[in-house]
Write a protein that binds this ligand. Structure first.
Ligand code: SF4
Length: 666
């Protein structure tokens, strides 16, 4: 029998149609596909039949803790949810990162992932308590909001006491309601909205992808989990040493990056003074020392934690982040009780906040141009920003009320496509101005378009552009580090091996940089390292002084190998960072192979037409010739055929994926 360290040794496969529950040995997936995103791609390739639609019972939704989730590795509470995406215009598979405690709890229950397929004959939820796995009726939970239903599940379980077959264990008493961790959907998910998120606890969410709609299509309200066994570590002493080293580096980075409640997950933009007054504490993913979110308790709304886009959504929907200019009509808005009301309502109904920023911006633009009004939409657009407006619009989307509610529940891409038949092509143009690619709203506009924020540099980010075009969703949570080397050749050389990538105004060196950044981001998603802080490119001198015995001035280069050191200590499998990057390349090629099988080719790797015909912030549209050239270079970097964008046999065989090459016929 294999002794597993860091992994737990089994993956749950749950068929809701037949109610068959299977525990699959993890060596089918690991260590070859690492964890997290790696599990998702492999399951979809192996088990989702060709021709399956995202909302069909045969689609698999994979809840995938990362390799290091549930260990004491710093900032490793992150995990992923993946499936064929109903939000994507071509339903390509995508993956959405999520934090909180559910991923770690699943590892404590003894599993490296949960794969759900089929469709339950009645509204159901899954309850996992260590070895015990049950499919239960959710008839009493259906229709409840995400908070109320989580509370009800915990209360029901608390009444039952310890699970029978573990009552002999001393830890059985730990099944207290407060320790149950749940992923759940509200009304939007139940009604199979393509833009429904999956929520966990009071505000962690897998936002992009429409995975709440996938759960709804399976009649699955929630998965609640409690685990009481430890994740074993291969070399605890070494892990403590590596953890201590990383924690010091993270601490030195966190000082300038995370002001109180105002870092990556805090209160950005606008005027946060009012909401800041309602912050009760900070909140964190499992095992994170940074705790980048605020936990708010605002009168008149349910308390909870929120971060970043979520917290911006009902304040500054024109864009997101510190450089996002609010629409002039809303320039005076502050983050206040009404902002919070909108944030919480979206979470209660489980509507993706990213998508709402796009819908709000698009509706207002159409209203200002005289295309939309209350009479022809059923939406009191003139009241945008009020509590009443949030109740009306978010309720319409979650419940698919009226023509607009039903269409917007399909996501703005599909809604605008349909509505242009009735309102003219301008509604499509307004959509394209706001959505760069893949039918999904973005965090930053890497293209630097005027209808939303550019990269925080204020300019296009060519590395982010390539990642956008080649992926299946906004790559922001995989590439927040890509701007750090801009303007600093030393840092660019450290991570990309080229100084050219330090210049954000050309495509020189960007294909090489994007291939590395893309792979590195997927590695974070597979091993579980939080993108806010990994890779550790630079550190501040805070602790460097004491280490080196001399005064440091300014930033110094970080350590790009700590992820490999941690992986080796935790799993007992000695790997260099280059070997882990090669393993991640296998994951990316598997994801690409699934998309190729679904018809994806080079011509799909691009942006909406709008961006080739309209100026970016620097006054130029994207240069088609230069863009196609840098794409050639990217494919070469990845080992994909530049003519088609399909992985080559040579590269697939290097990655021990001959079976995939055979199946693709390359
Ligand atoms: S920095 Fe924030 S998102 Fe990252 S692991 Fe910590 S709490 Fe989670």
């Amino acid at each position: 029998m294999v002794e597993w360290y860091s992994w737990r040794g089994q993956v749950l496969d749950i068929d809701l149609t037949s109610e068959k529950i299977t525990k699959i040995p993890s060596d089918k997936y690991f260590p070859k596909f690492l964890g997290g995103r790696g599990l998702e791609g492999k399951v979809i390739w192996d088990d989702v039949p060709e021709g399956t639609g995202a909302l069909d019972p045969e689609n698999r939704i994979i809840f995938a803790p990362s390799t290091l989730t549930g260990t004491s590795s710093p900032l490793n509470g992150r995990w992923n949810i993946g499936a064929l995406s109903p939000q994507h215009p071509k339903e390509y598979p995508t993956s959405s990162g999520i934090g909180g405690h559910w991923g770690a709890e699943l590892k404590f229950a003894g599993y490296d992932g949960v794969v759900v397929h089929g469709r339950a004959s009645q509204h159901s939820y899954i309850l996992i308590r260590d070895e015990s796995v049950e499919i239960r009726s959710a008839s009493h939970l259906w229709g409840m909001d995400s908070m109320e239903a989580q509370k009800r599940i915990a209360e029901d379980i608390a009444k039952e006491g310890p699970v029978p077959d573990t009552s002999e264990k001393p830890q059985a008493g730990r099944y207290a309601a407060i320790n149950i961790r749940t992923v759940i959907i509200g009304r939007a998910g139940e009604n199979r909205s393509r833009v429904a998120c999956v929520l966990h606890d009071t505000g962690d969410a897998a936002g992009q992808g429409g995975f709440g709609g996938v759960m709804g299509s399976k009649n699955l309200k929630a998965i609640a989990v409690r685990g009481t066994s430890p994740v074993k570590i291969a070399d605890p002493q070494r892990m403590v040493e590596v953890s201590f080293k990383i924690r010091k580096m993270i601490r030195s980075k966190a000082v300038p990056v995370i002001p109180p409640y105002g870092g990556p997950g805090g209160l950005y933009g606008g005027n946060p003074a009012i909401l800041t007054g309602y912050v009760k504490r900070t909140d964190a993913c499992f095992g994170c020392q940074v705790a980048c979110r605020g936990y708010f308790d605002v009168p008149g709304a349910s308390p909870g934690q929120a971060q970043c886009v979520q917290l911006q959504m009902y304040n500054n929907w024109e864009g997101v982040g510190p450089v996002a200019p609010p629409h002039p009509d809303f320039a005076d808005r502050v983050q206040d009780e009404t902002t919070w009301y909108g944030v919480r309502l979206a979470d209660l109904l489980t509507i993706n906040s990213y998508e709402l920023t796009g819908i709000l911006s698009w509706l207002w633009a159409g209203y200002k141009e005289g295309i939309f009004n209350e009479e022809n939409t059923g939406i009191p657009i003139q009241d945008m920003g009020s509590k009443e407006f949030a109740d009306k619009l978010f309720g319409m989307i979650a419940n698919r009320e009226g023509e607009f509610g039903d269409l917007l529940a399909e996501g703005l891409h599909r809604a605008a496509k349909k509505l242009k038949e009735k309102f003219g092509n301008r509604v499509w143009e307004l959509y394209e101005e706001r959505y760069v690619a893949h039918g999904m709203r973005q965090h930053w506009f890497y293209i630097g378009n005027a209808k939303g924020p550019g990269d925080p540099t204020g300019y296009p980010n060519p590395i982010g552009q390539l990642m956008w075009a080649m992926g299946t969703r906004d790559p922001y949570s995989n590439c927040s580090f890509t701007r750090e080397p801009f303007g600093v050749e030393e840092v660019s050389e450290l991570i990309y091996g080229t100084k050219e990538a330090a210049n954000p105004f050309t495509y020189d060196g960007k294909a090489q940089a994007a291939a590395i950044a893309h792979t590195r981001g997927a590695m974070n998603d597979s091993l579980g390292f939080c993108d806010w802080f990994y890779p550790i490119l630079t550190i501040e001198p805070l602790f460097a002084e004491e280490e080196e015995g001399e005064e440091q001035v300014g930033r110094k280069l970080g350590d790009l190998t700590v992820e490999a050191q941690m992986f080796s200590a935790a799993t007992g499998i000695e790997k260099t960072i280059d070997e882990l990057m090669e393993d991640t390349s296998r994951i990316m090629n598997m994801e690409r192979a699934v998309q190729v099988r679904m018809g994806r080719r080079r011509e799909d790797d691009t942006f909406n037409e709008y961006y080739f015909n309209n100026p970016d912030r620097r006054g130029n549209p994207i240069d088609r010739v230069a863009w196609e050239k840098v794409k050639d270079e990217y494919y070469e970097q990845m080992g994909w055929d530049p003519k088609t964008g399909i992985p080559t046999r040579e590269r697939l065989e290097q990655l021990d994926m001959k079976d995939v090459a055979d199946a693709l016929g390359v």
